[in-house]
Design a protein around this ligand. Structure first.
Ligand SMILES: *[C@@H]1O[C@H](CO)[C@@H](O)[C@H](O)[C@H]1NC(C)=O
Ligand SMILES: *[C@@H]1O[C@H](CO)[C@@H](O)[C@H](O)[C@H]1NC(C)=O
Ligand SMILES: *[C@@H]1O[C@H](CO)[C@@H](O)[C@H](O)[C@H]1NC(C)=O
Ligand SMILES: *[C@@H]1O[C@H](CO)[C@@H](O)[C@H](O)[C@H]1NC(C)=O
Ligand SMILES: *[C@@H]1O[C@H](CO)[C@@H](O)[C@H](O)[C@H]1NC(C)=O
Ligand SMILES: [Zn+2]
Length: 435
C-alpha cells in the first residue's frame, strides 16, 4: 500500500510539472487538411464514426461558406491567404491569358508561379518569414514561389495522380507526421482530391459518394492513431476543411440544358471564353461588343450575367484585374455549355456560394480547441486569422476576422488541460488510497 501510494504521488507531481517543462514560446503545431469538394452534409447519410467522434473531441461548424467563386484553386487560395479572390487574383482553376488565348489546365498550373504569385503572400511564406518551418503536401498553390520564396518543403501532385488510393492516403499521413515529429515542422497543409473526383464523375447522390466518405472517415481514424503514435496529441492542432460543395448537374430530358451559342454568336462576338466548366463562365467580348454580349446573355434562361464593374460587392470579384469583362453564373445545377453538349460531369460546383449545396465542412481539434463545441457557420476567409493565432504569428494584411472563430479556442493557458485533468484524476486516486 505504501509503495503504491508513493508511485501515485510521484505520477501526480510529474503530471503537474509537465507544463513547466514546456517552456519557451508556447506554440503548438498546426495541420490543415483539405478534402476537395466535401459538401457540408456529406456525413449525414452515411456511417462516419470517426467524424462523429471528432464532434465530441473538438469543434464543428454546421457548415462554412466558400468565397465566390466556388472552385478549387480560388477557394483554397482564399483559405491560405485570408484574402478575397479579387485580391489574390487566382480567379479560376485554369490559368489563362485573354490576349494570347492561352489556357492551362489546373494540374499544370500547380508549379506556375506566374499564376499564383500576385503580391499576396500565403500563410506558408508569412510564417517562414517569422521563423517557422512550413510544408505543403499537394495543397494548391504550395508548389509556386512567392516573391522568389519557396515553401520549405513541397510535394506537388503528379499530373496523373490517382485521387482515391487509400493506402497512399495513409502513407501521406505517415509522411506528414514524421515532418512534424522528426523534422520539427510547425505548419503543414495536406490536400486530398476526394470526394471531389467522385462527386463530379458520379454525382453527389450516387452510392460511390457514400463509399468515398467512409474511406475519408477511416482515414481520419488513421490520422488520430498516427497523432498518438507520434506523441503529437498535446502539441498538434488540426483543422479539417474543404473548398466547396457539389450539386447534381441538371440534364436532358429533365431540363433544357443551356447552350449559349443559341443566344449569341460566340465566334463573332467573343474573343476569349472559358465555358463548359460547370456553373461559372468568363468571356471577353470583341472590341465594341460588350453591350451586345451582355444583352444577349441577359435573355438566356437559368443564368445571371454580370458586367465585371457591376458584380455585386458581396462577391468580392469585381476589383480583379484578371477577370474578363463578362462573368456568368448559372443557376444551381446548370452547366454553361458553349456550343454543344459535350459535358460529362454528373456533379459540379462553381455556383453561387449562397446555395446550400456549395457550402462545405469545418472541423478542428487539438490542444488549443474546445471540445464538443458547435461553432456558428462562417465564411472560409476567417480561417486565416485563426491559423495565425494558433501559430502565434503576425498575420499579413487580410480580409478575415478572428472574432468570427476565436470562441472555438480554449482560453489562453487552457491548452494544458489534458495534464491538468490527469493530475486531478490522480489526486482523486490519492484521496481514495489515503482513505
Ligand atoms: C498575356 O500575354 C501577352 C502577350 O504575350 C502579355 O503581354 C501579357 O502580359 C499577358 N497577360 C498576362 C495577364 O499575363
Ligand atoms: C522557385 O525558386 C527556386 C529557387 O530560385 C527555383 O529553383 C524553383 O524552380 C522555383 N520554383 C518555381 C515553381 O518557380
Ligand atoms: C496505391 O498506393 C500504394 C502506395 O503508394 C501503391 O503501392 C499501390 O500500387 C497503389 N494502388 C494502385 C491501385 O495504384
Ligand atoms: C429554366 O428556365 C426556364 C425558362 O425561363 C424556366 O421555365 C425553368 O423553370 C428554369 N428551370 C429551373 C430549374 O429553374
Ligand atoms: C481586403 O484586405 C486588403 C488588405 O488589407 C484591403 O486592401 C482590401 O480593401 C480588403 N477588402 C475588403 C473588401 O475589405
Ligand atoms: Zn471539382
Amino acid at each position: 500500500m505504501k509503495l503504491e501510494l508513493s508511485l501515485v504521488v510521484t505520477a501526480a507531481i510529474c503530471a503537474a510539472a509537465k507544463p513547466l517543462s514546456k517552456a519557451g514560446p508556447s506554440r503548438n503545431k498546426l495541420l490543415l487538411i483539405s478534402f476537395d469538394g466535401f459538401r457540408w452534409d456529406y456525413d449525414q447519410d452515411v456511417d462516419t464514426p470517426n467524424l462523429d467522434q471528432l464532434v465530441l473531441d473538438g469543434v464543428k461548424a454546421k457548415y462554412i461558406t466558400p468565397p465566390m467563386l466556388t472552385m478549387t484553386s480560388p477557394s483554397h487560395f482564399t483559405t491560405i491567404t485570408g484574402r478575397w479572390v479579387e485580391d489574390h487574383e487566382v480567379v479560376h482553376n485554369m490559368m489563362f491569358n485573354t490576349t494570347t488565348n492561352l489556357k492551362v489546365p489546373h494540374k499544370q498550373t500547380l508549379t506556375r508561379s506566374e499564376w499564383w504569385d500576385n503580391g499576396v503572400l500565403p500563410l506558408w511564406i508569412t510564417a517562414q518569414n517569422q521563423g517557422l518551418k512550413t510544408a505543403s503536401f499537394f495543397y494548391p498553390g504550395g508548389g509556386a514561389n512567392y516573391s522568389g520564396q519557396a515553401v520549405n518543403r513541397v510535394r506537388v501532385e503528379a499530373f496523373d495522380h490517382q485521387d482515391d488510393n487509400e493506402t497512399e492516403w495513409r502513407q501521406n499521413i505517415d509522411t506528414v507526421m514524421s515532418w512534424f515529429s522528426e523534422d520539427n515542422f510547425d505548419f503543414v497543409t495536406l490536400y486530398y482530391g476526394e470526394p471531389d473526383n467522385v462527386g463530379h464523375a458520379k454525382g453527389p447522390d450516387h452510392p460511390d459518394r457514400k463509399t468515398i466518405i467512409q474511406q475519408i472517415d477511416r482515414t481520419i481514424g488513421y490520422l488520430r492513431e498516427a497523432i498518438e503514435l507520434h506523441q503529437l496529441s498535446d502539441s498538434l492542432n488540426v483543422i479539417i476543411t474543404s473548398d466547396h460543395g457539389m450539386t447534381t448537374v441538371k440534364k436532358r430530358p429533365l431540363v433544357d440544358e443551356i447552350i449559349l451559342n443559341k443566344y449569341l454568336n460566340l465566334l463573332k462576338l467573343v474573343s476569349f471564353e472559358i465555358l463548359d466548366y460547370g456553373g461559372f463562365g468568363i468571356l471577353t467580348p470583341r472590341p465594341g461588343k460588350q453591350q451586345q454580349v451582355f444583352d444577349a446573355l441577359s435573355k438566356a434562361p437559368n443564368l445571371t450575367v454580370y458586367k465585371k464593374d457591376q458584380i455585386p460587392q458581396s462577391f468580392h470579384l469585381g476589383r480583379s484585374e484578371r477577370l474578363p469583362p463578362i462573368v456568368v453564373v448559372a443557376d444551381l445545377g446548370f452547366n454553361l455549355n458553349s456550343r454543344f453538349i459535350v459535358y460529362v460531369n454528373k456533379g459540379d460546383h462553381g455556383f453561387h456560394n449562397g446555395e446550400m449545396d456549395m457550402k462545405t465542412i469545418f472541423r478542428a481539434f487539438g490542444p488549443d480547441f474546445r471540445r464538443n463545441f458547435l461553432s456558428k457557420p462562417f465564411d472560409s476567409i476567417h480561417i486565416y486569422p485563426l491559423m495565425c493565432k494558433l501559430l502565434g504569428i503576425k498575420p499579413a494584411p487580410h480580409n478575415g476576422s478572428l472574432a468570427m472563430t476565436e470562441d472555438m479556442l480554449l482560453p489562453r493557458g487552457g491548452s494544458h488541460r489534458p495534464p491538468a485533468s490527469l493530475a486531478a484524476l490522480l489526486l482523486t486516486l490519492l484521496t481514495f488510497a489515503v482513505l
